[in-house]
Write a protein that binds this ligand. Structure first.
Ligand SMILES: O=C[C@H](O)[C@H](O)COP(=O)(O)O
Ligand SMILES: C=C(OP(=O)(O)O)C(=O)O
Length: 517
């Protein structure tokens, strides 16, 4: 894999140019590589005025967010019940360990440099009614398949992070929903209120936080079992295919990859590889969710006895949504103080200066892997808007992991259903890779709303879900998810782009080094 150290063999910018010419790189890619690797001032301090703007972010405690405006929070009416639920949760065990969060952060640092790739996916909104071991298994299984496809095809390690075991709270565009002339408070996720369209269900119920905690604990328990108990063993890759994909194109394509992996493993075993090593039988799987419901997140924030840092132990990675990422808001205040790796969602509404300020507030020590910027702009907007964000962050010397969420900017309403077209989703991923290729920056991962179920929520793809199919298996509690086949199709596309990137880097590193003198 090409990284800065391999490029050093190419020597000066002139030598890089020569190497690029020898390997017949298109001119724009040569320019991009030069930009990436020519000497540049070491991390400049962020604009002083921006630093001054965020000076209020100094003393942090797990509850300091309460002094700032918190958007998208429920209006609980029974305050004693809120206190009781939060007290209960704060006495319950942490769901994740700080050491696991640190491991994930080091993996995400590799995604920032192109030495690994993040595949983050799962439900838009986990729900109490659809909670089942089979669903957890199927979601985990399709994420394993995607990782295998991306790793085998793209030649990079894949970091697997589920939107699972805590993805219960939803930010909404409007506080109310109207149906048949009846207006009710919006559904905000099962951790807050019920999806049924009745006045009673829509009342925020604090006891739901305890139920969400319990469901997260059970989900995580099962995921840990699958990850380390043999289910994820590389010798089972042929068995990961989901039954309903047996006769599909993508299912067949997956089996082809699995067969080749199987053959490669047989060869390595013949060479003396020990089949019983953990690397063959276990996998790392992390969980993440949007840290939206701040009282719940605070109740799970614990001091790590090893480092003295505070970790939000509700999940390994937490992110701040597009609607709650205000620099002077409560969510940013909360997120800046936790030790977990964190993410921030960013649309085309973000400008370069704002992003630089936000990154500085959330990752003032510029720690690689600490901050993932999850870009969600819509297929049409990425080419026009992402370059200025990448350049602003790069010029300020900040290190972030760039990830593409091709779901949230591509939602539309068709035949009364919120849906997304696979072709638009893929177009956004394509634009994301293209922009990074042009700028010489690193596409670090993908973030998807997806499920292991055979749902019909997103249109198109090889599975050819069309408008008439939407109402047949539309089960999401909030936004439309890719079904297993569509998710796998996306993994094949990502693998092709990773392979292209790797090939580009290899050709460059293989070019004869220019003479040093
Ligand atoms: O998942 C993201 C948001 O919660 C969701 O897109 C909001 O949907 P809305 O615009 O229908 O409120
Ligand atoms: C609400 C979400 O995304 P965004 O903040 O990007 O709208 C989400 O990922 O669930």
């Amino acid at each position: 894999m090409m990284d800065i150290s391999t490029l050093r063999h190419c020597g000066t910018p002139v030598a890089v140019k020569t190497a690029c010419r020898r390997t017949r790189f298109p001119r724009h890619q040569t320019r991009a590589i030069l930009r990436q690797h020519s000497p540049r001032p070491v991390a400049q301090p962020i604009n002083p005025p921006l630093l001054r703007e965020s000076e209020h972010l100094t003393a942090w405690t797990p509850e300091s967010w309460q002094q700032f405006q918190a958007h998208q929070q429920p209006n609980y009416t029974e305050l004693q019940k809120v206190t009781d639920a939060l007290e209960t949760i704060s006495r319950l065990p942490a769901l994740v360990f700080a050491g696991e969060c640190r491991n994930l952060q080091s993996r995400l640092a590799k995604c920032a440099t192109g030495e690994a790739f993040l595949v983050q996916g799962g439900d838009c909104a986990e729900s109490f009614s659809q909670f089942s071991a089979n669903r957890i298994r199927d979601s985990f299984r399709v994420q394993l398949q995607m990782a295998l496809v991306a790793m085998f095809g793209g030649g990079v390690p894949v970091v697997k992070v589920g939107r699972m075991a805590g993805q219960f709270a939803k930010p909404r565009s409007s506080d109310t929903e109207t149906f048949d002339g009846v207006e009710l408070p919006s559904y905000r996720g099962d951790i807050i209120n019920g999806q049924e369209f009745t006045a009673e269900a829509r009342i925020p119920d604090p006891a739901r936080m305890v139920q969400a905690y319990n469901q997260s604990a059970a989900t995580l328990n099962l995921l840990r079992g699958f990850a380390s108990g043999g289910y994820a063993s590389l010798q089972r890759v042929m068995k990961w295919n989901l039954g309903f994909m047996d006769s599909s194109d993508k299912g067949d394509a997956y089996l082809e990859v699995a067969k080749r992996v199987d053959e490669a493993i047989a060869f390595m075993v013949a060479c003396g590889l020990d089949e019983n090593t953990p690397i063959m039988n276990e996998t790392e799987f992390y969980v993440s969710h949007e840290a939206l419901l701040l009282p719940y997140e605070q109740a799970l924030t614990r001091e790590d006895s090893t480092t003295g840092l505070w970790y939000d132990c509700s999940g390994h990675m937490l992110w701040c949504g597009e609607r709650t990422r205000q620099l002077d808001g409560a969510h940013v205040e909360f997120m800046r103080g936790i030790g977990n790796p964190i993410g921030v969602k960013v649309s085309d509404k973000m400008d370069g200066g704002q992003l630089v300020s936000l990154v500085a507030a959330l990752n003032p020590d510029n720690v690689p892997g600490r901050l993932t910027v999850i870009v969600r702009m819509g297929a049409d907007k990425v080419r026009a808007n992402l370059p200025r964000l990448i350049k602003a962050v790069r010029d300020s010397g900040q290190v972030v992991t760039w990830v593409c969420d091709p779901m949230h900017g591509n939602t539309e309403c068709v035949a009364g259903f919120k849906t997304r077209r696979f072709e638009r989703i893929r177009a956004e991923v394509e634009a994301f890779f293209d922009v990074h290729e042009e700028l010489g920056s690193v596409p670090g991962g993908i973030h998807l709303e997806m499920t292991g179920d055979d749902v019909t929520e997103c249109l198109g793809g090889g599975a050819s879900v069309d408008e008439g199919d939407l109402d047949s298996r539309y089960h999401t509690h909030c936004d439309p998810r890719l079904n297993a086949e569509q998710a796998l199709e996306m993994a094949f596309y990502v693998a092709s782009r990773l392979a292209k990137r790797k090939d580009m880097m290899c050709r460059l590193s293989a070019a004869p080094a220019a003479p040093i003198f």
